[in-house]
Design a protein around this ligand. Sequence first.
Ligand code: KG4
Ligand code: ZN
Length: 333
Amino acid sequence: MLVFAVETSCDETSVCIMDSSKRIYSHIIFSQEIHKIHGGVVPELASRAHLEILQKITTQAFKDARKSFDDIDVFAATCGPGLIGPLLIGSTFAKSLAIGADKPFVPINHIESHVLSTTFNNKLEYPHLCLLLTGGHTEMYLLDSQHKMSLIGETLDDALGETFDKVGKLLGLNYPGGPEVEKKALNGNEKAFDLPTPLLNVKNLDFSFSGLKTAVSKIVKDNDLSNDLIANLSASFQLCISKILLKKIQNAQKKLESEFRKIKSLSVVGGVSNNKYITNKIKELFKNTSVKVFFPTKEMRNDNAAMIAWNCVNKNIKSSKNLSFKPNPRLTI
Ligand code: KG4
Ligand code: ZN
């Protein structure tokens, strides 16, 4: 089965041609630069940029893959959650190609695709705990199998990627702030600032990051934004985030153990899983334990169409057309 997949839920325009034996014939990710000058994603500009680039990268993807539309068995696209304009553009584009080629269209859930991204390069062991850390979502899922996942914790306010981006903006760094904060933190003293750790001592599995962002903003207001301050604040922020994540993982482990469901593996997925400081802390936590820790391949960490194609491959849907499926900005699993 050969799949053509489209991802346009936010500010990455991406297409992928993949077959059911995991062979990637082509995969293109176009990161929209236009948002950098605004310090965040502007939905209307994202929609326009998707519209401008989608056809070009699709032509390129078919050329790279040496395939034609007739070779494709299934057309897939992200149908939520995400920004409605971008979702409409990507899904309508893929639906139109499906109609033209008289092949099925499969609507794909973006979050489910992030959660399943590590199954592309690993054999997960269940029960499995997945920490989903993106720009729009911060959630914890328990998986009993690839097809059975339940939400067990989530952020009550900002997502972690969004918090990194906001802190980056406060420190005068480029958008997206996540990778920039990570770089600056390398030269900083993580003990320089004692930042708050909201919900740390609450036994539940939910997160809250908005207070942390406010604390950073207060320090920035009260001090000169020197290179030392940027480095120290970035490092202290990352230490604080890692404390919160490790504690919530341990809370989840304890809760599940009390229900006789000891986790056998854990994954961290989404854009924030690029952060080496955070992933090393999580790896350390499970060093010398039987719990295996997994991360997506580099090309499946940020938004990408390969994870959409892979999710579609696993659904193994060949007949249904789903053309009436409406993109939903708040689509849940
Ligand atoms: O998964 P993703 O590409 O998009 C969404 O589905 O939202 O995640 C994007 C987020 C951005 O907020 C970005 O700052 C963050 O991932 N990110 C990072 C790093 N690389 C990307 N956050 C912290 N450290 C990084 N190295
Ligand atoms: Zn995403």
